[in-house]
Design a protein around this ligand. Structure first.
Ligand code: NAD
Length: 486
């Protein structure tokens, strides 16, 4: 069902699409398919709610109470959300549980941060002027999200968009629609005024494109593939859309020979094989110093042989099936390309009873050189390319020799080198001696082909609000008097 203007409704066309289980490849449910008619209705409802509804007129504290209420309802249904997400995406349930918890934190964080940190600046210019800035919501926010970690990624956009006073039309990924449907029910239960939040299910080329093209959707926050981001920017160019782009990655983990070997190993394994490798910040390139390469690779081989591949609903499962048969084929094709390019492919075994699912075993690509496609292109699966380096200079050069620049990880006990390398790597985010953990106050985003702009923390205010400057004259300052006769 679509959620438009506070109502759950079928599509005007009566069309629907099949949502397929990654675990069985059988149908989970049918989803009403929205297109431009539903987008038009949703944007009109959101515009009306923004222009004339109570959302923009109520006190900020009252608005933020709604945001907290959404968080409370998510928490009350966290197990169910984690279950839906695991069924829909194939992500192991132990990992979707953490994502459900993070989703409610996104709402709580922005309820708090809007009230305490959404502040302008004021400058007194001698005794002549006072200049100050205020943040104003922009209007209808169009949010377009991917299928990996859908609930968490949706909420990290919805929370700041709503908390800052905008109204929202969400177009979730067609491959994982369940949790967005549940989120509409949750927000309905929180009794937000009609039209403030809307969900239109449908395909990118139709529903997504209609949202981008709609003149009343004033901003588009997009997370997805780099090529899609580029297409969206072209399609919205005539209207000078405001964009936030969170795109793909090919992030390096650089392990020096003085690193804490065991912790670097844990981080490398988790960073590529968690979330089935379908993770934008995955360390899909391991750059390991040649002095420890053999030992590190031997330890990696042992680890991948022990990783528990299984049913996403099993608490013990560490790696589940990929989102779709099509994506499975794409990831498998890269493993084939790696072999053709001359890499050695080392894969774990997949249990025989999992043959119906889209399982790709954790895979290492050895003897990779940075020019190979598997070192340059985003595979978005449980596949890590291993490249060795001689020294710091070479490590930095290899790290930067890609079009992407989302994340990076450096492991060394040399404090100065850690900072030096971190600052030399061209990525939006870099972790030193750490796996990918992020405090919500810190911005998130990529450089190069991995994104434009930053989300998260107070950086979200730059995107979801218009900064207006008010110039006030405090007295009778000089004004040139053109045309005045003496
Ligand atoms: P995708 O680009 O195929 O789809 C993302 C969304 O865009 C979907 O909702 C889709 O329907 C919609 N879409 C597709 N074509 C469109 C068009 N022409 N106009 C408007 N909307 C359109 O991405 P995906 O396969 O769902 O997600 C995986 C990708 O997302 C990977 O590249 C991954 O790295 C990236 N990602 C990035 C981040 C980040 O924060 N940088 C986070 C998660 C995922």
């Amino acid at each position: 069902m679509q959620y438009i203007n506070g109502e759950f409704i079928p599509s005007q066309s009566g069309k629907s699409f099949r949502n397929i289980s990654p675990f069985t490849n059988n149908m989970i449910n049918e989803v009403a398919e929205g297109g431009s008619a539903e987008i038009n209705a949703a944007v009109a409802a959101a515009k009306e709610a923004f222009d004339n509804g109570p959302w923009g007129k109520m006190k900020v504290a009252e608005r933020l109470d709604y945001i907290r209420k959404i968080a409370d309802i998510i928490d009350a249904h966290a197990d169910e959300i984690a279950y839906l997400e695991a069924v829909d995406t194939g992500l192991p349930i132990s990992q979707t549980k953490k994502q459900a918890a993070r989703a409610s934190q996104n709402f709580r964080f922005y309820a708090e941060t809007v009230s305490t940190r959404m502040a302008g600046e004021a400058y007194q210019v001698d005794n002549e002027f006072l200049n100050y800035t205020i943040h104003k919501p922009i209007g209808v926010a169009g949010l377009i999200t991917p299928w990996n970690a859908p609930f968490m990624l949706e909420t990290w956009k919805i929370a700041p968009a709503l908390a800052t006073g905008n109204t929202v039309v969400l177009k979730p990924a067609e491959l994982s629609p369940l949790s967005a449907g549940r989120l509409a029910e949750i927000i309905h239960e929180a009794e937000l005024p009609n039209g403030v939040f809307n969900v239109v299910h449908g395909f990118g080329e139709t529903a997504g494109a209609a949202l981008v093209a709609h003149p009343d959707a004033k901003l588009i926050s997009f997370t997805g593939e780099t090529v899609t981001g580029s297409e969206i920017m072209k399609n919205g160019a005539d209207q000078l859309k405001r964009y936030s782009m969170e795109l793909g990655g090919k992030s390096p983990i650089i392990v020096f020979d003085d690193a804490d070997f065991d912790r670097a190993l844990d981080a490398a394994v988790w960073g590529i094989f968690s979330f089935n490798g379908e993770r934008c910040t995955a360390n899909s390139r391991l750059l390991v110093q040649e002095t420890i390469k053999d030992k590190f690779v031997a330890a990696l081989k042992e680890r991948i042989g022990n990783i528990i591949i299984g049913d996403p609903l099993d608490q013990q499962t560490e790696v589940g099936p990929l989102i779709s048969a099509e994506h499975y084929e794409k990831v498998k094709s890269y493993i084939k390309i790696a072999a053709e390019e001359g890499a050695d492919v080392i894969s774990a075994d997949i249990p025989a009873d999992l043959s119906k699912g889209n399982y790709v075993a954790p895979t290492l690509l050895l003897n990779v050189t940075n020019g190979m496609r598997v070192a340059q292109e985003e595979i978005f699966g449980p596949v890590m390319a291993v490249i060795s380096f001689k020294d710091e200079t070479e490590a930095i050069a290899l790290a930067n020799d890609v079009t992407y620049g989302l994340a990076g990880y450096v492991w060394t006990k040399d404090l100065q080198r850690g900072h030096r390398v971190a600052q030399a790597v061209d990525s939006g985010m870099l972790w030193i001696n750490s796996q990918n953990v992020r405090d919500l106050r810190i911005p998130f985003g990529g450089s190069k082909h991995s994104g434009i702009g930053r989300e998260g923390g107070h950086y979200a205010f730059e995107f979801y609000t218009e900064t207006q400057v008010i110039h006030v004259a405090l007295g009778d300052h000089h004004i040139p008097q053109f045309g005045k006769k003496e």
